[in-house]
Design a protein around this ligand. Structure first.
Ligand code: DAH
Length: 347
């Protein structure tokens, strides 16, 4: 155990020297994957923790994760320093030619925002499984967001979805979940239905490292004559393995949503601590929740005049920020919306 701590310290000082000496972004990116990537020495130390009894793992895991964070921060400031130098050099050494095109402009061309690329990746997987894409509305009314989804007026379930109303009569609101789109689709077409709805959702809640007042979800809905919970489990398992490209453990935990019965939440083995149960991201549980799902509640079918004896369905709602945070190992949701170039340039 002591050896691991000593090794971590050595890794930090080795990384610091390399970062300090690097003079360009390409080299810095290499150093970043060498010290923060899946094959890095620190990740190997974390993975090897299983050899220790649980009480001893905590200290090493904490030190290793802190080391990763330190290295990440030093890389971010070095990146800013290099970019700034590049710009200054350009301006100091050459006269600006206002007739040149942006090709010569010293800034990079930018890249996709991690939320967008995460959404695209998820959409691609479901498209290949035969799902079509439906675009819902950001502004909804009570019927679509709550009532038709079996969340009646004054039901306590509405509280956890703290809503932004946009008129005084509370007739119009910013949707609190993409589930609202389920009703639009079912009102407009009859089964079979197999759709996903990517989009932005809004909740009136205090912002912190894991909560934001606006975030993104992808809703899924499948309705047909013979649809079972086994179909739901199969599709979710397939999605998780395809998306994370790793053989992660998955568990379905019984849960409660007004619009599905039975309902479940799906957890995956913690990506940060590799199920060693020593990290703040999974609250030392070894599991991270990624989505809610279940079999469509008969009352939802009744709201859209579907024959509840003839049709069955399943639905799921995936939180995009959560999945992106896990995939890119980001520990603060607010980074996605800060428009910090040093953060965005890493993707
Ligand atoms: N709408 C839920 C939320 O925002 C997520 C969800 C749970 C969607 C279960 C579903 C579902 O379609 O079946 O928290």
């Amino acid at each position: 155990m002591k050896n691991d701590i000593i090794e971590i310290e050595q890794i930090i000082s080795e990384a610091y020297t390399k970062i300090e000496n690097s003079q360009n972004i390409t080299l810095l990116n290499k150093i970043s994957s060498e010290y923060l990537g899946k094959k890095s020495k620190l990740s190997k130390i974390i993975r090897a923790l299983v050899k220790y009894p649980i009480d001893q793992r905590k200290e090493i895991a904490l030190t290793a994760n802190q080391a990763k964070n330190h290295i990440k921060n030093v890389i971010i400031s070095k990146r800013q320093e290099i970019l700034l130098n590049n710009v200054n050099n350009k301006y100091n050494t050459k006269q600006i030619d206002c007739s040149t095109t942006s090709l010569y402009f010293p800034f990079s061309r930018g890249s996709f925002h991690p939320i967008i690329s995460t959404m695209e990746d998820i959409i691609t997987i479901f498209k290949l499984l035969g799902f079509s894409i439906f675009e819902g509305n950001d502004i909804e009314n009570d019927w679509y967001n709550f009532e038709a989804l079996n969340i009646p007026q004054y039901h306590p379930a509405r509280d956890i979805q703290d809503t932004f109303y946009i008129d005084e009569m509370k007739t119009k609101l910013l949707r609190t979940h993409t589930s609202a789109a389920q009703i639009h689709v079912m009102e407009e077409q009859s089964p079979p239905i197999q759709i996903i709805v990517p989009g932005r959702v809004y909740r009136n809640e205090t912002q912190n490292t894991s909560h934001s007042s606006t975030f993104h979800q992808i809703e899924g809905l499948v309705v047909n004559k013979y649809v079972t919970f086994v179909d739901l489990k199969t599709i979710i398992k397939y999605f998780v393995h395809k998306f994370f490209e790793r053989d992660l453990k998955i568990r379905f935990r019984p849960s409660y949503f007004q619009f599905t019965e039975p309902s479940a939440e799906v957890d995956i083995q913690c990506y940060f601590c590799d199920n060693t149960k020593c990290c703040s991201v999974c609250s030392n549980s070894g599991w991270i929740e990624i989505l809610g799902c279940g079999m469509v509640h008969p009352n939802v079918f009744k709201s859209v005049n579907y024959d509840t004896y003839k049709y069955k369905g399943y639905a799921f709602g995936i939180g995009i920020e959560r999945i992106a945070m896990i995939k890119y190992q980001i520990d603060d949701i607010r980074l996605f919306y800060a428009n910090d170039l040093a953060f965005l340039q890493q993707f």
